[in-house]
Write a protein that binds this ligand. Structure first.
Ligand SMILES: *Cc1c(COP(=O)(O)O)cnc(C)c1O
Length: 408
């Protein structure tokens, strides 16, 4: 007779499925959720509560003495948020996840919890501009030093590290240039120099890249993008080890950047189809990039899945897919002619952001760099002829046909 494999349900019928070793679609659907829920519901309830009550005084004492973990007050978290945190930790293969009200909330919370006056932080210079702005303009007011080095210049990164350096930070791939960081090399610098490492993995997601498995200390996502996936919510998350994230969770309870129970539920629902959506984002990105690369009006396509991309080799070695973001330059086009192409597409909507089911298109020179001088735009490598297309999950043939008519 076969002996059934012991399951956590043998002892606790409500325990979430252990998704270690299972695929990303299974984890996206099941990880973190109790198997049996209130009201026998298959979905998690939304507890619209700002506070939680105690049966009697002894229950308060038991809670404070940590005999009964439970909710206390909404700023310290809510049941729905905890489910999403467990799901996100499982997707990234991390011990713990801390959810914030936005990606920037997550970055600020993480850095504030770990940095002290007199310490320093070093960034690769293509990281999200608001993340660098927070460090350059605000952390420096509290005596934290800030440096930037050219993206993927590992020697410059090592040279910038001093005995006061606490953190090194990168994004991968970067936006809009889509430079791909060799995360194993990045993690190795952190280990050898004894500094903490952070990867903003918003663009690759846990589906395409596994920074924690490469030895990176923290992975951060703007869950507003692919994780939420429907352009209908803002959220952010940091994933890593419990000991390094407990102080972050504690500070979040003081800073107050928590998600409402309703928002946490939207994110949980969006995550159900996360892996399925990523397959289509990856396929659409590659189809569109290959089409654009052959088009006579296109000067250059930046997409890590193309053999012509300067970081294709490292991307192919470390990533499962290359995501939905495609950046391309038009041949001999000024900003008005470029804008005409953006305005001529019928399927992608014109707007900032990425990672949702709807494709979004924009001209970085107009959307993000309008108030910069031509010299500054050259320094940031943002030509007037650059277009950024964030592919959604529409049919690839329709996106390609639409681009063909817009360029025609
Ligand atoms: C959008 C984004 C952020 C900021 O996230 P919000 O949820 O908008 O606060 C940070 N990093 C990257 C790479 C992003 O794309």
């Amino acid at each position: 007779m076969l002996t059934p494999t012991p399951s956590p349900h043998d002892t606790d019928p409500t325990a979430p499925l252990d998704t270690a070793g299972l695929g990303p679609s299974t984890a996206a659907v099941h990880a973190g959720e109790a198997r049996h829920k209130p009201g026998h519901s298959i979905t998690d309830p939304i507890f619209a509560a700002s506070t939680y009550t105690f049966a009697d005084t002894q229950s308060i004492v038991d809670f404070i003495e940590e005999e009964h973990p439970r909710e206390e007050y909404g700023r310290y978290g809510n049941p729905g948020e905890r489910v999403v945190e467990r799901k996100l930790a499982a997707l990234d293969g991390g011990e713990m996840a801390v959810l914030f009200a936005s990606g920037m909330g997550a970055l600020v919370g993480l850095l504030m919890a770990h940095l002290n006056a007199g310490e320093e932080i070093v960034f690769f210079d293509e990281c999200y501009h608001r993340s660098r702005e927070f460090c350059r303009k605000h952390l420096t007011r509290f005596g934290v030093g800030f440096r930037e080095v050219p993206t993927c210049d590992y020697a410059a990164m090592e040279a910038a590290i001093t005995p006061r350096t606490k953190f090194i930070v990168s994004e991968s791939p970067t936006n809009p240039h889509l430079s791909v960081v060799d995360i194993e090399r990045f993690a190795d610098i952190g280990r050898r120099k004894g500094v903490l490492t952070l990867i903003d993995a918003t663009l690759c997601t846990p589906y395409n890249l596994r920074p924690l498995e490469a030895g990176v200390d923290f992975v951060l996502h703007s869950a507003t993008k692919y994780l939420g996936g429907h352009n209908d919510l803002l959220a952010g998350v940091v994933v890593g080890s419990k000991d390094k994230l407990e102080p972050v969770r504690h500070l979040r309870g003081i800073m107050g950047g928590v998600n409402s129970p309703h928002n946490a539920y939207l994110l949980e629902r969006g995550l159900k189809t996360f892996a399925l959506r990523m397959e289509r984002h990856n396929a659409n990105g590659l189809a569109v990039a290959r089409f654009l690369e052959r088009h006579p009006r296109v000067e250059r396509v930046l997409y890590p899945g193309l053999e012509s991309h300067p970081f294709h080799a490292v991307a192919a070695r470390t990533m499962r897919g290359y995501g939905g973001l495609v950046t391309f330059l038009l041949k001999d086009a000024d900003w008005r002619e470029t804008a005409r192409v953006v305005d001529a597409v019928r399927i992608p909507r014109i707007g900032p952001s990425l990672g949702g089911v709807e494709s979004l298109i924009e001209q970085p020179m107009v959307m993000s760099y309008w108030n910069y001088s031509p010299a500054e735009r050259t320094a940031f490598r943002i030509p007037d002829s650059m277009i950024r297309l964030a592919c959604g999950i529409e049919d690839p043939a329709d996106l390609v046909a639409d681009l063909a008519q817009a360029l025609g």
